[in-house]
Design a protein around this ligand. Structure first.
Ligand code: GDP
Ligand code: MG
Length: 451
């Protein structure tokens, strides 16, 4: 075997939580914290992601400076309020190696918080809870950028008590969902307990603690799965298919393994099956200071995992978001088979007596399947993409009238399908953006039918 193996790659981190609880603000804060860093430790913007190197994290946290660390940093996926990013996959598992669940301390758990936790449980992804907006607690005395314990010691007794009460409410809620949690400074064993880190994205309080806990998690429990061969063929996941002026359709890709170079032959899943094409260019965002130059992107010859990159190549227009991207070296047929399996492999039994489900990504489809299975609702057909005429015709053939429906998660109805629904008034399509609310809507309808 090659001697170049056994480099630890950058863990990929996903931020989830209820809308408006502060996901974007947290990432903005982490990005904005690069002021102190040297050239080597500069935080860089990737396509669809932000790379925080270990040097930048060390510069933020004094207690980090003594700890030996092999993880090169953290790659945060920027989740633009879009749930499906959290269910993106890599080799049949979750693309994200770790996650941060953001919870507004003043609002507590909300529907999307619960959904995020269900998904993380399903994927067995290690995570940390960021209890955010602590600066909004009435009477809070801000200690800009301080570690949590420093700022906590500055607060009066009433606030400290409020914080403890809130904390135990959250611990209780998490325990109901089957998770064992504690405030990060009280966690003895990170393998058993999930850490809760109180933070503020506005004042920077607790941010260094959060990053340190994430590094600790990666370091202790993930070294094995993060080992990679740097010179292997590129493996990635497509976040989005985007039209760019002057470039045509391009792919925003998170590369999680190996190296991808201009000229590499790659394979992807498209609406017409597996396609083969050749990388024409690899693009990264320009650093902020160069924003005035004419081109939005900087061209690079190759990228190493983990990173976010834009790929331009011929024939990308029908590529499916969420598709695997594989560099091909050697056996094409083997790679094509792998891609097909990854796109079709939903870990759920399809049954004859069940309904039709559609979702925007394979990960979302699987999460929906799992929750339906928990409720003993069978699935007859499950596929990625918008609801088509064909889906309705399939649903029409279902014998049990209570299953003659389509559940559409995060995916629209095509116009011809919408026409059928309007004309026949028989076909029922449920659409939604939160899994359990979608299921609840269906169950409510089903109960009404039974009466
Ligand atoms: P997202 O929907 O989860 O991405 O939430 P945003 O990051 O867009 O935040 C929603 C709102 O909460 C915005 O008005 C933010 O300014 C505010 N916000 C987020 N984090 C904090 C925080 O730590 N402190 C305070 N006071 N406000 C915050
Ligand atoms: Mg947001």
């Amino acid at each position: 075997k090659s001697a170049k193996i056994a480099k630890i790659r950058t863990p990929i981190v996903c931020v989830l939580g209820h809308v408006d609880h502060g996901k974007t603000s947290l990432l903005d804060r982490i990005r904005g914290s690069s002021v102190v860093s040297s050239e080597a430790g500069a935080i860089t913007q990737h396509i669809g992601a932000t790379l925080v190197p270990i040097e930048a994290i060390r510069a933020m946290s004094t207690s980090m400076q003594k700890i030996p660390v092999t993880v090169p940093g953290l790659l945060f996926i920027d989740t633009p309020g879009h749930h499906a990013f959290t269910t993106l996959r890599a080799r049949g598992g979750a693309l994200a190696d770790m996650a941060i669940v953001v919870v507004d301390i003043n609002e507590g758990f909300q529907p999307q918080t619960i959904e995020a936790l269900q998904i993380l449980r399903g994927c067995k992804t290690p995570f940390v809870v960021a209890l955010t907006k602590i600066d909004r607690v009435h009477g809070w005395r801000v200690v800009e950028n301080a570690p949590f314990l420093t700022t906590f010691a500055q607060q009066n007794e009433r606030i400290q008590e409020f914080m403890e009460t809130r904390h135990y409410e959250i611990v209780g809620k998490l325990s109901d969902l089957g998770f064992n949690c504690e405030r990060f400074d009280r966690v003895q064993d990170f393998a058993r307990n999930i850490a809760i880190v109180p933070i503020s994205a506005h004042t920077g309080e607790g941010i260094a603690d959060l990053l340190m806990v994430m590094i600790g998690l990666a370091q202790r429990y993930m070294e094995q799965s993060l080992a990679m061969s740097v010179d292997g063929p590129g493996c990635g996941t497509v976040l989005e298919v985007k039209e760019e002026r002057g470039l045509g359709p391009t792919l925003d890709v998170i590369l999680y393994d190996g190296t991808l170079s201009v000229g590499d032959e790659i394979m992807l899943a498209s609406e017409d099956g597996v396609i083969t094409t050749k990388v024409r260019s690899l693009l990264k965002p320009r650093p902020m200071k160069e924003i005035l130059t004419e081109e939005r992107f900087e061209r690079v010859k190759s990228v190493v995992a983990a990173s976010g990159v834009k790929v331009a190549a011929p024939n990308l227009d029908r590529v499916i978001a969420g598709s695997p991207l594989r560099g091909v070296r050697g056996d094409r047929e083997a790679v094509a088979t792998q891609i097909r399996q990854e796109m079709e492999e939903i870990h759920v039994k399809l049954v004859e007596d069940g309904l039709v489900i559609k979702a925007d990504t394979i990960g979302a489809l699987e999460a929906l399947c799992q929750e339906l299975e928990n409720k003993e609702i069978g699935v007859m057909r499950a596929a990625v993409g918008p609801v088509s005429r064909h889906d309705l015709i399939t649903a029409e053939t279902i014998k049990n009238p209570l299953y003659k429906v389509v559940l559409a998660f995060n995916t629209p109805l095509l116009p011809d399908a919408a026409d059928i629904v309007k004309e026949t008034k028989q076909m029922k399509v449920f659409s939604g953006r939160v899994i359990y609310q979608l299921i609840d809507a269906y169950l409510l309808w089903r109960d009404q039918q039974k009466r």
